[in-house]
Write a protein that binds this ligand. Structure first.
Ligand code: NAP
Length: 320
């Protein structure tokens, strides 16, 4: 007798219209969850949509999510979810974000790479070469330089470990107090000034929230040591661009490595492209690895199927 196996449940994959990697994501997620059926939202009829209580999302249009009437939660394949949090602020829908040790490792590698770029004065020697100038500057060892991390979450913690191993003094700032061996930990607004004053290289790894938006402004940038540098690997809107430009023009800030911008791709007329003290990167500091990310999503889906409990949720009140 030919017994038919029941069809696996359906998980809709919802992404922005025209997203170029939709098929690759769907394939990677499906491979990580052979007992589920990961399908594009637009292939589902109304009955199938009514049967879905969670979805996997990549920067979705939240109006598409509204076509899933029983939806309780969404799993983002990205770590940064500020737009989703904003759009779903007044919705009962819960959000799970990607927490992937591989992503944290990739970010920590980028933090170390661009810290070394600044530490060994590479932008300065490149400027000198362009002018045919042979001029050596004093070498300051990493033990005498402080790298200050704004954010001691998944990415900040992984970065701190790599920086410590490379010999740097490391400071960190978070909302709640942390105790990390070897790291000078600061917490809350009251301790921000002290941390900024200690920084030779300031690395931003904060989520974009109403509290962090524009927080690197004329006032806070002025608290940095003269000649300090900035690395922004978090979100463009955390930095006040005009204040940054003024600090660079005045050479109070030696250099800025920027991977994220208010508008991406960074439009051609924007000053950052041409500024001699800015390194522009096209949002490449920590790309999500589809394979490891899909395995994490699959583990969270399995947990939900087995326990009925949602995986760790984004705090919509806190906004991250
Ligand atoms: P996370 O684990 O949520 O950590 C966020 C950290 O920021 C926490 O230490 C948190 O403090 C701190 N924080 C938040 N608001 C604060 C405030 N108002 N004052 C002081 N500290 C505050 O996030 P993550 O996984 O490390 O990721 C951080 C951000 O990196 C993401 O939100 C995303 O925007 C960005 N990102 C960028 C890329 C890229 O390719 N450029 C890739 C991935 C992620 P507590 O520990 O006290 O909560």
């Amino acid at each position: 007798m030919n017994r038919q196996l029941p069809l696996a449940p359906v998980i809709p994959f919802v992404c922005a219209p025209g997203y170029p990697f939709a098929a690759q994501w769907q394939a990677a997620l499906q491979a990580a969850m052979p007992h589920e059926r990961v399908v594009a939202l637009d292939t589902l009829d109304a009955d199938a949509r009514a049967a879905c209580d969670f979805a996997i999302v990549a920067n979705p249009d939240t109006r598409d999510l509204a076509t899933l009437p029983r939806l309780k939660w969404v799993h983002s394949v990205w770590a940064g979810v500020e737009r989703l949090v904003e759009d779903l602020q007044h919705s009962p829908l819960e959000i799970v974000r990607l927490v992937d040790p591989q992503l944290a490792d990739t970010m920590a590698e980028a933090v170390l790479a661009w810290t070394l770029y600044l530490h060994r004065d590479m932008p300065r020697y490149a400027r000198q070469q362009a002018q045919g100038q042979w001029l050596a500057h004093d070498y300051v060892p990493p033990q005498e330089k402080t790298v200050a991390l704004l954010g001691l979450g998944e990415l900040g913690m992984a970065s701190a470990a790599k920086l410590l191993a490379a010999g740097f003094r490391v400071a960190g700032w978070s909302r709640s107090r942390k105790a990390v061996p070897g790291v000078q930990c600061h917490a809350g607004e009251d301790e921000l000034a002290a941390m900024l004053a200690s920084a030779d290289i300031l690395v931003c790894l904060l989520p974009l929230t109403p509290q962090t938006q524009g927080m690197l402004n004329a006032t806070t940038l002025a608290l940095l040591r003269p000649g300090a540098s900035l690395i922004n690997f978090a979100r463009g809107a955390i930095v006040d661009d005009e204040a940054l430009r003024a600090a660079l023009d005045a050479q109070r800030l030696a250099h800025a490595v920027l991977d994220v911008f208010r508008e991406e791709p960074l439009p051609a007329p924007q000053w950052q492209w041409q500024h001699p003290r800015v390194t522009v990167l096209p949002h490449i500091s920590a790309p999500t690895h589809r394979g490891t990310a899909s395995a994490i999503v699959a583990a969270n889906v399995r947990y939900y199927r087995e326990t009925g409990a949602m995986p760790a949720l984004v705090d919509k009140q806190r906004r991250y």
